[in-house]
Design a protein around this ligand. Structure first.
Ligand code: ADP
Length: 271
């Protein structure tokens, strides 16, 4: 394979400009580049949950990570919002630009195989609680052959962050880590995480403290600076680099041509 391969994760936070990202993809595909999109969708799922009378619930692990609590009903709402709506709308936007987008979730063809976290610990009012009906997964394997099949045929795969368990259960997975695992499985050159920030900020939310480049061995610095969900991006970056990805760029998804900008050094480049 000689064409550069890029995995792009589209953040779901407000301000991330999907149409600018799709336009950029259209331009990039004119040269021989192979692109894979992975998107999140928590905001969309939260909104649908509110509308259906099932507002989102979050849990905080003893080590301080916050994640969505996904009982069966929440999982079904997640499917509707993320795979049903968001993935389809992205495919629609790309198709309108003449980009041969192929929408699929990590369940399709066993693209993302995960183990279900069958007992997770949650901190509530300073006390540890064990939750057993959560449909969240940790990705173990990526069916890279399936993605290569689509890429070889000229499609741009657009992946929704769901996975399938060994028992055949649908699982909600973290989109940043899904993108990282896909990037590592395909051994791509570049993983780009587009978000509603200029990159990784040393002192959030001060945008003048943007970290431009970071060697992999200084990721612990990044982990300290990152708050909340930004931590997952840094962990994803680490996983991707360990898996053989050459560089990870955390970059602004709110600008024009966000993918090209990230490729030319916009944002935080970790390598
Ligand atoms: P996405 O939907 O793109 O995955 P999230 O909202 O989950 O994004 O996480 C990214 C957000 O994390 C940024 O928009 C920013 O508000 C926040 N954040 C926390 N710490 C930092 C940091 N050190 N640098 C940049 N952003 C940070």
């Amino acid at each position: 394979m000689t064409e550069p391969e890029i995995v792009v994760k589209l953040g779901g936070a407000q301000g991330v400009d999907f149409s600018a990202i799709c336009l950029d993809a259209m331009e990039l595909l004119k040269s021989e580049v192979r692109l894979v999109f992975v998107h999140g969708g928590s905001a969309e799922a939260n909104a649908l949950g509110e509308a259906l009378g099932a507002p989102p619930k979050f849990i905080t692990s003893p080590s301080g990570y916050t994640s969505r609590y996904t009982d069966r009903r929440t999982l079904e709402i997640f499917l509707m919002a993320v795979n049903g709506k968001l993935n389809s709308l992205l495919v629609e936007q790309l198709q309108r630009l003449g980009v041969p987008a192929f929408g699929l979730s990590g369940m399709d063809g066993g693209l993302l195989q995960a183990t279900r976290k069958d007992a997770i610990q949650s901190m509530e009012n300073g006390k540890r609680k064990v939750i057993r009906d959560d449909y969240t997964g940790k990705i173990e394997r990526v069916n890279a052959a399936l993605l290569n099949l689509l890429l070889d045929a000229g499609y741009l795969p657009v992946v929704a962050p769901l996975a399938i368990s060994e028992k055949g259960e649908a699982l909600n997975v973290d989109a940043d880590r899904a993108a990282a695992m896909i990037a590592a499985a395909l051994k791509v050159e570049t993983l780009i995480l587009l978000t509603a920030a200029p990159g990784l900020l040393r002192s959030f939310p001060d945008e003048t403290t943007l970290i431009r480049t970071l060697p992999q061995n200084r990721l612990s610095v990044a982990l300290e600076a990152a708050q909340g969900r930004m931590k997952k991006k840094v962990l994803g970056a680490e996983e991707a680099l360990k898996g053989g990805v050459r560089r990870v760029v955390i970059a602004d998804g709110r600008v024009s041509s966000p993918i090209s900008a990230a490729l030319s050094g916009n944002g935080t480049t970790i390598q």
